[in-house]
Design a protein around this ligand. Structure first.
Ligand code: ZN
Length: 772
């Protein structure tokens, strides 16, 4: 659904008119079809293909709630999966419903086909509004007793104890004068003076017009036989089964879906519709498209907008996999609803803007095929549909700029709350546009940014294949994202889904020149405004120079962090997150302050094998800024574990270049060079940011985890002279390598003078036998 929904007072007409229910029984039942359907459902494969309507049931689940709900609609949904009483499984709803617009009255007969999931099922609970009087209830054709223990439950005593997998039918005859709950659960409205009757059950208001087991997890097939004045055209779920005349200038219009449907996604709408029908062809399928539009809105613009849904079906089919209900139809019916609602195979919409058409259509995958298990997880419906608006804009334009442009129309303020719904008892909190729609869409947008578009689509495909025709919780999506991407993603999902606010960065940068290239110190701060948590994110930083743009992606995981970037041309501008992939406020200006020195080059790197001769020539460390560094700031332990004295001095007086001269003999073997964070910025005395290892990947330079402080630890191996193949010993193999290169190339160059000559041979022989 979308946020802008119908509201405002509607006058409730006089309920005193008398109504006849006798003709109800005259309509042909379809029990034989139901039985046949049950047979096919039981025999269908466990992993049905998309488009296969004979998908097996999700499983047994049973409505219950935590406390007495109020008449004005606060039945408490269950908080988490696993708290259902899994003792019944509705297989099929067969509803015959007469709507009497003049009296705003309903006369209904609903037959529920139910499977027992326990060994001794004694009663069935359904929800039905107390405004609807129950005339009779039968179980397998025999009169049954029932009670209403609390609103809106009807507890039906079964005629026997039903064992596991036993199936029975409950028929409920009822009638009354319903009142719409929330955004119009059942509404008798007017458009241009003409009656229009429509339903909108989300999140849990189906009970206002039909008996229902209120439980998202218990999906079922269904048929609706709507009896209405014969001038009305009736739209509903699935395929049209026929329309027959009835006495009294009435008609019965039958619809039926063989796809598993969660209770709130059944719907109908009836008025003097114009019907615009076409066919959609995709990968060998031909599927009906049906649009039910008010005659006064049957304009060229509206029809064009609706027919564009063909293109959307193709675009979403390419992105999400084929339309899930391809063996039936997709339709849109117009009602007085202010926005839209994604009733399965027949969306209800108040208007036909392209973005709204895309939003409701995308819900057919995200919301209908895969449904939030409880309303805590509504973002899995609405965030996806909202992001799909942007995906449609991108697909239509063939340009990622259109994606960003559309996301810019879905801004989220810094005071935004939490995406995950802690307390879903209030539907206005469940369907809060700022959080469960827009911020949730940004969560998906950022996930795509982190993993890349193709992996993002692979995640959606995996999520779909795991959960089609079922219900999901947030962890199901996270699991699919982690499994497909190979990344642990709690650092991303936790703050964005379970904490308030959005990211808020301040940035500063400054440039220095070194050896003809440029070093850029960048400082980033997060404000944590409005209670926002620390957001850990990779952040794109673009350096603009006369040479063009250079893109960097930095890892930001603390409130204040420092980075060093390099540019071959003089930087003119540094832009943080230029494409606005991150949900954030405009980037503000920080003060640069004291910059922690970072090591940007080193003659030795962790894991390297450094010949003794090279070590003896000394090691140069390069910093991006002037540092104070003395012998006390460094420690070298050689291959024997002995402390080797080191002399530290700036090269040519430039305090960015520090020469470490090794005083004394360093023994070959595993060695460690530690540069302590007692090294300071020469101007501000800010300590070294020295760490070389990160949570991921190989050690890299520049050093540092972004924050001031931290030693640089170079673990490397001192290689004895002559160990040319690097196996730790000096033997015949090394001698062979040297002789093969002798005065030919530098393959045996031990002393580092660029060729292989007699001095190299001497060095090898001096160490010959080492380590053997
Ligand atoms: Zn929606």
């Amino acid at each position: 659904m979308t946020r802008r929904d119908v509201c405002g007072a509607r006058s409730m007409p006089d309920k005193g008119a008398d109504v006849m229910a006798s003709d109800l029984r005259s309509v042909t039942r379809h029990l034989a079809i139901v039985s046949a359907l049950l047979g096919s459902a039981a025999a269908s494969p466990a992993n049905a293909e998309p488009g296969d309507p004979a998908t097996p049931e999700h499983g047994c689940a049973h409505a219950s709630f935590d406390g007495p709900p109020l008449r004005d609609g606060r039945p408490l949904p269950r908080p988490v999966r696993g708290e259902y009483d899994d003792d019944t499984d509705v297989l099929h709803y067969d509803l015959e419903l007469e709507i009497v617009p003049d009296d705003e009255m309903l006369i209904g007969r609903s037959v529920l086909t139910v499977r027992s999931c326990t060994t001794d099922l004694a009663h069935l609970d359904v929800w039905l509004d107390t405004l609807l009087d129950i005339a009779s209830i039968t179980v397998d054709g025999q009169p049954a007793s029932w009670m209403r223990p609390e609103f809106p439950i009807v507890r039906i005593a079964l005629d026997q104890l039903y064992g596991e997998d036993e199936v029975f039918e409950v028929a409920i005859d009822y009638q009354g004068f319903p009142e719409p709950e929330w955004r119009g659960s059942i509404s008798f409205d007017l458009h241009g003076g003409t009656p229009v009757v429509w339903t909108y059950s989300q999140p849990w208001y189906a009970y206002t017009w039909q008996p229902v087991k209120e439980d998202n997890t218990d999906k079922a097939t269904g048929e609706l036989h709507i009896i209405a004045p014969d001038w009305m055209v009736v739209a509903s779920n699935g395929l049209h089964q026929g329309t027959e005349d009835l006495p009294g200038e009435r008609q019965v219009t039958s619809w039926r879906t063989d796809y598993q449907t969660t209770p709130y996604l059944f719907s109908f709408a009836a008025t003097d519709y114009d019907v615009i029908a076409s066919n959609w062809v995709y990968q060998g399928y031909v599927m009906p498209l049906e649009f039910y539009i008010y005659p006064e809105h049957n304009t060229v613009d509206n029809v064009e907008a609706l027919l564009e849904i063909s293109d959307m079906l193709e675009a979403f089919g390419d992105l999400f996999g084929p339309y899930p209900f391809i063996d039936e139809k997709y339709g849109v019916c117009q009602t007085e609803l202010g926005g839209g609602m994604e009733h399965q195979t027949i969306s209800t919409q108040g208007y036909f803007d392209g973005w709204l058409n895309a939003h409701e259509l995308a819900h057919q995958w995200w919301g209908d095929l895969i449904t939030c298990d409880t309303w805590h997880h509504i973002w899995l419906n609405e965030g996806f549909a909202t992001y799909a608006e942007a995906l449609w804009m991108e697909a239509r334009a063939g340009d990622v700029a259109a994606l960003h442009d559309w996301m810019a129309t879905r801004p989220v303020g810094p005071s935004a709350g939490v995406v995950y719904v802690d307390d879903p008892s209030n539907p206005s909190r469940v369907f809060r546009y700022e959080t469960t729609y827009k911020k949730a869409a940004w969560v998906l947008h950022q996930l795509r940014y982190i993993v890349g578009k193709q992996v993002f689509l692979d995640i959606l495909a995996e999520y779909r294949s795991r959960h089609a025709f079922e219900t999901v919780v947030t962890d199901d999506f996270i699991a699919a994202a982690e499994d497909v991407s190979g990344l642990e993603l709690n650092w991303f999902f936790d703050p964005w889904l379970y904490e308030p606010g959005i990211a808020d960065y301040d940035a500063a940068w400054q440039v220095s020149e070194m050896d003809g290239s440029y070093l850029i110190d960048v400082k980033l701060e997060q404000s944590g405004a409005w209670g926002a948590p620390l957001f850990t994110m990779p952040i794109e930083i673009v350096v603009l120079s006369s040479d063009g743009e250079t893109h960097h992606r930095i890892w930001n995981d603390d409130w204040t962090e420092y980075y060093v970037l390099e540019s071959h041309a003089e930087p003119l501008e540094v832009v943080v997150d230029p494409d606005h992939w991150i949900l954030r406020r405009d980037v503000g200006t920080a003060s640069m302050g004291g910059i922690p020195p970072k090591i940007i080059r080193s003659d030795v790197m962790p894991g390297e094998r450094l010949p003794v001769a090279a070590l003896e020539r000394g090691v140069t460390l390069t910093f991006q800024t002037d540092v104070t560094m003395t012998t006390n700031d460094v420690e070298l332990l050689d291959g024997a574990g002995a402390l080797v004295p080191v002399l530290v001095s700036p090269i040519d007086g430039d305090e960015r270049f520090m020469r470490l001269t090794v005083l004394g003999d360093a023994q070959p073997g595993a060695a460690t060079l530690t540069v302590y964070d007692t090294v300071r910025n020469a101007t501000t005395y800010t300590p070294l940011d020295g760490e070389l290892t990160h949570d991921w990947g190989e050690p890299t330079l520049p050093s540092g985890d972004g924050q001031t402080g931290g030693d640089a630890i170079f673990a490397f191996t001192i290689v004895p002279p002559g160990d040319l193949n690097g196996d730790g010993i000096v033997d015949m193999t090394d001698l062979g390598i040297l002789l093969a290169s002798f005065e030919v190339d530098d393959g045996g160059d031990i002393d580092g003078d660029g060729d292989t000559d007699i001095s190299d041979l001497g060095a090898l022989l001096a160490w010959y036998g080492y380590g053997t």
